[in-house]
Design a protein around this ligand. Structure first.
Ligand code: NAP
Length: 482
């Protein structure tokens, strides 16, 4: 069933709720135009959504796994059928190039397909008997109502990752998408409804009051799990709030990825890997290369090969053919990127290409390469979240590992080398949840995505990601006469 973009943009109120018709606008970052208005939900609406998710949990958890699987599979089919329309909505509200939107949605849908299949394999155990008169079982049961709070940088991917795993496990969901990008979540919900996801199983709450609505989601006694992707700062707050009712928390937080290039590599291959890691979504990804360490023996050659490739990137409206770099999400993001570049230059870094707001205006920032960036620059200690490659040189393996690990974040890390012994040494030494060896692209629906240290708790994707939405129950059956 193919729908038009207009049918997928849900502005109308399904239920009036406490916000009494109040809305907020959704803007296109490419030109600042208003795309749509969505309901500006109040904390009382969150309460109502939690109640309906709780009610629906009573029936959804009793569906046979095979029945849940069929519904999720139908949702997957509808997403694939409407891929172009969903991608257009995503590009319009988020800014990324149309092909990147398609990749994001296709990957999210693959996660949904995986969850639909895996729903049938969520199993318990029968333990080896430890008493003659009893047998012990372990049941794996759904957690209950899940609050899912998602960011703007992957408006479909992050929503699908959480909802597909939670629904497959038998949980129901109240999802609060990011303020800048609620249309993708709403469009996915339109298709979920058509796929047969029963009322109350999936609830989308759009709001311009994230703190007030978030507090209800994170403290309500009927919510049994909080699944959050976003900044470490908000993750910390949600964890604190969730502790009041001892909820399970699943946190996918900020990164500060090191990207290390040793001196034994094929430089062109490493350049391609760095381009794909650094400039996807204009650098607005949690796993983007943030600190780039290049061995001093190949530093100049690497810079000479890398810069022309960066200069080939094309800024513009993501719906225009050939555009590889969209605008940044908003003015705050733009100011942060600018501030990081100015700070680095003040501390001794040199701009080789880019380095400023684009002549296109708005929130477009030129793809930028900075060399000789000192370790005390903001670019090296904070997530820049923009199209800025910050290069610095290193000499010694132990030193560069220590520098790579010198951060509170630990989401992803990358390195290039051909030395097999070093591959193992460095992979094991890097303090991060995910490591890319000789590649800059590590994500997939089939892998356990997540971080260590202050980059998060738990994993999304793969069977590990589905188990996060379950809990174990031990049952001892006594009076067994054997
Ligand atoms: P953010 O400010 O933390 O926002 C994320 C979500 O939390 C949004 O829906 C936001 O709503 C909501 N929120 C904000 N304040 C809240 C509060 N007090 N209580 C409850 N919810 C609240 O992060 P962002 O700027 O959107 O996203 C960028 C960050 O996400 C980066 O740090 C990036 O690394 C991280 N990220 C991590 C992963 C991962 O998998 N580890 C993936 C993608 C992004 P509003 O939109 O209304 O503010």
């Amino acid at each position: 069933m193919k729908l038009a973009v207009a049918d997928l943009i849900r502005e109308r109120f399904l239920t009036e709720g406490a916000c009494a018709g109040r809305t907020f606008p959704v803007l296109n970052p490419a030109d600042g135009q208003i795309l749509a208005h969505v309901p500006d939900r109040e904390p009382a609406d969150a309460e109502q959504a939690i109640q309906s998710a709780h009610q629906a949990f009573g029936t959804w958890k009793k569906y046979l796994a095979s029945e849940r699987s069929v519904v999720l599979r139908r949702w997957y089919d509808l997403i694939i059928e409407n891929l172009d329309e969903l991608s257009e909505i995503l590009t319009r509200e988020q800014g990324k190039p149309f092909d990147e939107s398609k990749t994001e949605i296709r990957n999210g849908a693959l996660g949904l397909e995986f969850a639909a299949e895996e729903a049938k394999r969520i199993a318990g155990e029968i333990l080896t008997p430890f008493r003659d008169d009893a047998r012990a079982l372990v049941l794996r049961q759904p957690l209950g109502v899940i609050a899912a709070i998602t960011p703007w940088n992957f408006p479909s991917g992050m929503v699908l990752r959480k909802i597909s795993a939670a629904l497959a496990a038998g949980c129901t969901v109240v999802c609060k998408p990011a303020e800048e990008t609620p249309l993708s979540a709403l469009a996915l919900a339109v298709l979920a409804e058509r796929a047969g996801v029963p009322p109350g199983v999936l609830n989308i709450i759009t709001t311009s009051q994230p703190a007030a609505v978030g507090a209800v989601l994170a403290t309500h006694p009927l919510v049994r799990g909080v699944a959050f992707t976003g900044s470490t700062e908000v993750g910390r707050l949600l964890m604190k709030q969730a502790s009041s009712t001892i909820k399970k928390v699943l946190l996918e937080l900020g990164g500060n990825a090191p990207f290390i290039i040793f001196d034994d590599v094929d430089i062109q291959e490493a350049v391609r890997g760095l381009i794909s890691s650094k400039f996807r979504n204009s650098g607005q990804t949690c796993i983007t290369a943030n600190r780039i360490f290049v061995h001093e023996a190949i530093y100049n050659d690497f810079v000479a090969s890398f810069v022309p490739e960066v200069q080939k990137l094309r800024l513009g409206n993501g719906l225009e053919p050939g555009v590889t770099q969209g605008p940044l999400i908003n003015q705050t993001a733009l100011r942060k990127v600018e501030e990081h570049v100015v700070d680095a230059v003040r501390k001794g870094a040199k701009i080789v290409t880019g380095g400023k707001v684009s002549a296109l205006g708005g929130t477009y920032f030129e793809p930028t390469v900075l060399v000789d960036v000192p370790l005390n620059a903001l670019l090296m200690s904070e997530e820049t979240f923009g199209p800025v490659a910050a290069l610095t040189r290193f000499r010694d393996e132990q030193d560069v590992i220590a520098q790579a690990n010198d951060t509170h974040q630990g989401l992803s890390a990358y390195f290039y080398t051909r030395d097999m012994k070093r591959i193992w040494r460095v992979s094991e030494a890097l303090e991060s949840g995910m490591v890319g060896v000789n590649t800059g692209a590590i994500t997939s629906a089939y892998i356990p995505f997540g971080g260590v240290k202050q980059s998060g708790l738990g994993r999304e994707g793969s069977h590990h990601g589905i188990e996060e939405y379950t809990e174990l129950k031990y049952v001892l059956m006594g009076s067994i006469d054997t």
